[in-house]
Design a protein around this ligand. Structure first.
Ligand code: FES
Ligand code: FES
Length: 156
């Protein structure tokens, strides 16, 4: 079985799996990192949203064989700093966003990547930016998600 080395939440990992196994299954089933959720498995629902080198990606669509040793994968488990929640996680709590919670790790990871991208462009977040988050929430928490992103962005 081929060996694949990359970084996850600040630590180097090596896994022995076939090249075409998708990263979501490597994270969840091989590494035991279950924050990224399985929803559709075909890059549609966005429940698995995580970061690859700081950008939001859907690991259900990334074959592990594409990863390089220097690639940094960040999941919801890697967002907090020790005991300190990331400002976006705190905003989620303050706005009581979650209902069933299943989509929420992906929503938060998408939000953080969006806010960081907008900040790198030197501008404030817009409604159009928020419309660009396509993560599905079957519980319909979209209004609270938008409120929390604006609040979290103000503290990032
Ligand atoms: S499980 Fe990855 S997009 Fe749906
Ligand atoms: S909170 Fe239930 S799917 Fe979003």
């Amino acid at each position: 079985m081929p060996e694949h080395t990359f970084r996850v939440n600040g630590e180097q990992v090596t896994v022995n799996v076939a090249d075409d196994v998708r990263l979501l299954w490597v994270l969840r089933d091989v590494l035991g990192i279950t924050g990224p959720k399985y929803g559709c498995g075909i890059n549609v629902c966005k429940a698995c949203t995580s970061h690859l080198n700081g950008r939001a990606v859907n690991p259900c669509a990334i074959p592990v064989g594409r990863l390089q040793p220097s690639d940094e994968v960040t999941t919801i488990e890697g967002l907090a700093t020790g005991e300190d929640l990331h400002p976006m996680q705190q905003a989620w709590l303050d706005h009581d966003v979650a209902q069933c919670g299943y989509c929420q790790p992906g929503q938060i990871m998408a939000a953080v990547a969006l806010v960081e991208q907008v900040a790198a462009e030197g501008r404030a977040i817009t409604d159009e930016d928020l419309d660009g988050i396509r993560n599905i929430c079957r519980c319909g928490t979209y209004f609270r998600i938008r409120e929390a992103i604006r609040a979290g962005a103000g503290n990032m």
